[in-house]
Design a protein around this ligand. Structure first.
Ligand code: NCD
Length: 309
């Protein structure tokens, strides 16, 4: 089954075969991209509706659409739209649906992307709904791991930082379990991945999951370390954030014990969880990861519009 005409709301709505297809189309898109502009989506319009701050997700969706020869409309702040006058999300979506062929959207409320999909004829691509999921980030993360490591199955991957609120960690853990990686959730008690979610991954995929609290205890043992920002904006009270703020730091000292080919990833933005001096090491691949958002989102936008590279 192809992704043509489908909404991309959560990573678990995609089968392994769907994901493999997107990853292989992303590689084809990357080679088209590097050969120069292609016009596979000439005449098509993407709307980007961002109700929450974003740099990479929104701009890479827009860049991807431009690279495909299509055009873009949208907003990066709902306060300049009729939302300010009290318009519902359903009505905003029904309106924008008349103006475009595909919608990429980010919203602070969990479940909002699904609600949008219920009201839109055009496919909805979820660019993050609250602390819930971030499927397009996961696709570019998988693409990055595959490109850098040549495989996903059998790798030992640490997910660190804020596993409670980080939507990127939620979606990625699901997909990595599906692809047969071994996972090490490394985070203090307060930021742990939900128990039910972890149990469901073990039950559904038979995935190996270790749980640790210190980076020092995992750094020598893993192939990839996926670092996330502590999601300050999702904490119910500022004191809760203060308790865990700055609790992790990936720095050169820590990396002395790393495998030579350890790769460090981060969806970005970072605050202080990766020291800037790490950027110049062979371990750091977070800016390549950022770049990979372009071919991956080209493959996705084209895919839901039924266009293959
Ligand atoms: C992440 C997000 O918005 O969930 N960023 C991204 O999309 N690249 C990570 C974060 O905000 O910490």
């Amino acid at each position: 089954m192809s992704i043509k005409g489908r909404d991309i709301i959560t990573i678990d709505s995609l089968s392994k075969a769907d994901i493999e297809q997107v990853l292989s189309n992303s590689a084809k898109m990357q080679s088209l991209l590097e050969k120069g502009k292609c016009d596979l989506l000439k005449g098509k319009v993407l709307a980007t509706l961002f109700f929450e701050p974003s740099t990479r997700t929104r701009l890479s969706f827009e860049s991807a659409m431009h690279r495909l020869g299509g055009s873009v409309i949208g907003f990066s702040e709902a306060s300049n739209t009729s939302v300010k006058k009290g318009e519902t999300l359903a009505d905003t979506i029904r309106t924008v649906d008349q103006y475009c062929d595909v919608i990429a959207m980010r919203h602070p409320v969990e479940g909002s992307a699904q609600l949008a999909a219920d009201f839109s004829e055009a496919p909805i691509i979820n660019g993050g709904d609250g602390a819930h999921t971030h499927p397009t980030q996961t696709l570019l993360d998988l693409y990055t791991i595959q490109k850098e490591k040549g495989k996903i199955e059998g790798l030992k991957i640490a997910l660190t930082g804020d596993l409670k609120y980080s939507r990127t960690a939620h979606s990625l853990s699901y997909a990595l379990s599906m692809f047969g990686a071994d996972l090490v959730f490394t985070t203090p008690e307060e930021l742990k991945m939900g128990k039910d979610f972890t149990s469901a991954l073990k039950r559904d995929f038979g995935v190996n999951i270790e749980e640790k609290t210190k980076l020092e205890d995992v750094v020598s043992d893993v192939d990839v370390m996926y670092v996330t920002r502590i999601q300050r904006e999702r904490f119910p009270a500022p004191e809760e954030y203060e308790k865990v703020k700055g609790v992790f730091k990936v720095d050169l000292e820590l990396l002395k014990n790393a495998k030579k080919d350890l790769k460090i990833m981060h969806p970005l933005p970072r605050v202080d969880e990766i020291a800037p001096e790490v950027d110049a090491t062979e371990h750091a691949i977070y800016f390549q990861q950022t770049y990979n958002g372009i071919p991956t989102r080209m493959a996705l936008i084209a895919g839901v519009l039924g266009v293959e590279p």
